[in-house]
Design a protein around this ligand. Structure first.
Ligand code: HEM
Length: 423
């Protein structure tokens, strides 16, 4: 930890009251920081998972411009993911170990394990899952089509992501609900609606224990009887001639459940709201869905930016937008701010399905940890909106949603939607 004493910025990003505000209100604050103090020094944030701020904790650098987020992400030798966690709020070491897999590894191990894992997402497997995702999306819309109104998050958004992961890993049908509940605990550890009486750390640990138990059963089953699926590939995979341990596979499974669940789910709900708020864009998409959906999906993801923050720890001195970052300093990237940066996106507050989105940072800043599931996420979004917009063409969000207060996930817990019922 650096001994440098610095003044904290007058804008306080560590105050939970800031995160309880609307995304538009937060964006107004980020816009000021992007213009005036793109790299600002902030007081430490208190994590509900740790209770108190760690002794000796001095603060973190807040990185809010798109270009700087890319610089931090790409300079992974300077900005480490393996030293001290990657979430804005601290997470206990034991949880990191059991739940984060490659997300908290540095080179060279990160590259090697990531290569092994990516090699199991073979084109054949992705192609197979694509057809299944399309079929599943159809079933989701079949179930709501006659109803005319539903709570969109539980009836639509939440269903496809966990189904996809469960299918890829081979989770038995009767355990999928338990897996979904446990995965929800992992991202909503400070939401009483999800955790009930449990404190944040207990909720998260409970989630992990459940996921590890279910995963171990699948590991054992595939070791005994290999199948043509992702888990078989994982148990047979080797890094430098050494197989992944059960601990490593379980940790990767938890990462998949966290990384691949709430992200796509939140994007789905945020997109329905955006299509409701910007009817011209919806009409533009509907006019030539097949031709326009690929570019549109990138705008869905930029617009939603479901993962708002990730953190790194500096290993070397580095100058960024006029500030000197010292070894040991924490650096937090605010993706939600980077995706509204008008240096990169003209009129960033417009939902524009034809915009050039090559530089959005919702999947990360194009460094070595760039989202491994980005293609899969886009496949799911295409499938569900293809079904929704063709079969329920007037579906729209109705009324205000119930938001999740979080420094990590841009979340909507509930959103009513209405449409003309279809038989
Ligand atoms: C809209 C949906 C999604 C968004 C916005 C998203 C966002 C992200 C972000 C911001 C990162 C960190 C990037 C970095 O540090 O540079 C990440 C990493 C990751 N994501 Fe996603 N994600 C999404 C969907 C998925 C899905 C569906 C899966 C898999 C089923 C997945 C698996 C992963 C994995 C395994 C990593 C870790 C990669 C590494 O550390 O090398 N994600 N994602």
């Amino acid at each position: 930890m650096t001994a440098t004493k610095r003044d904290y910025d007058t804008i306080d990003l560590s105050d939970m009251a800031f995160w309880a505000k609307s995304a538009d209100e937060r964006e107004a604050v980020f816009a000021r920081l992007r213009d005036e103090r793109p790299v600002s020094w902030q007081r430490p944030i208190t994590s509900p998972l740790m209770g108190e701020v760690n002794e000796g904790e001095t603060g973190y650098w807040a990185v809010v411009r798109n270009e700087d987020i890319v610089t931090v992400s790409r300079n992974a030798d300077v900005f480490s993911s393996g030293s001290g966690g990657v979430t804005f709020e601290d997470v206990p070491d034991e949880i990191l170990e059991m739940a984060t897999s490659i997300l908290t590894m540095d080179s060279p191990r990160h590259g090697k394990v990531r290569r092994v894992i990516s090699s199991t997402f073979t084109p054949k497997r992705i192609a197979l899952i694509q057809d299944q995702i399309a079929e599943q999306a159809r079933k989701i819309v079949d179930a709501i089509a006659p109803l005319g109104e539903v709570e969109f998050v539980s009836a639509v958004s939440a269903r496809l992501p966990m189904w996809t992961i469960s299918e890829m890993i081979g989770i038995p049908e009767d355990q999928r609900e338990a897996v979904t509940d446990a995965a929800n605990l992992m991202v909503s550890w400070d939401d009483e609606d999800v955790t009930g009486e449990m404190d944040a750390a207990t909720a998260m640990l409970n989630g992990i224990v459940t996921l590890h138990g279910v995963c171990q059963d699948v590991i054992d089953a595939r070791r005994a009887k290999p199948a043509d699926d992702l888990m078989t590939a994982l148990v047979q995979a080797e890094v430098d001639g050494v197989a992944l341990t059960d601990d490593e596979i379980r940790s990767f499974f938890v990462l998949l459940c966290v990384a691949g669940n709430d992200t796509t789910k939140q994007t789905t709900t945020q997109t329905l709201r955006a299509l409701t708020r910007f009817p011209d864009q919806r009409a533009y998409l509907a006019a030539d869905f097949d031709e326009r959906i690929d570019a549109a999906v990138d705008e869905f993801v930029r617009w939603a930016t479901p993962v708002m923050t990730f953190r790194r720890t500096a290993l070397e001195r580095f100058e960024l937008s006029g500030q000197v970052i010292e070894p040991g300093d924490k650096v937090v990237m605010f993706y939600s701010s980077g995706n509204r940066d008008d240096r990169v996106f003209p009129n960033p507050g417009a939902f524009d399905l034809a915009r050039d989105n090559r530089n959005h940072v919702a999947f990360g800043g194009r460094g070595p940890h760039y989202c491994l599931g980005n293609h899969l996420a886009k496949t799911q979004l295409k499938a569900i909106f293809s079904e929704l917009l063709t079969r329920l063409p007037d579906i729209r969000a109705d009324g205000e949603p119930e938001y999740l207060t979080s420094t990590f996930i841009n979340g909507i817990k509930r959103q009513r939607c209405v449409f003309t019922p279809q038989r």
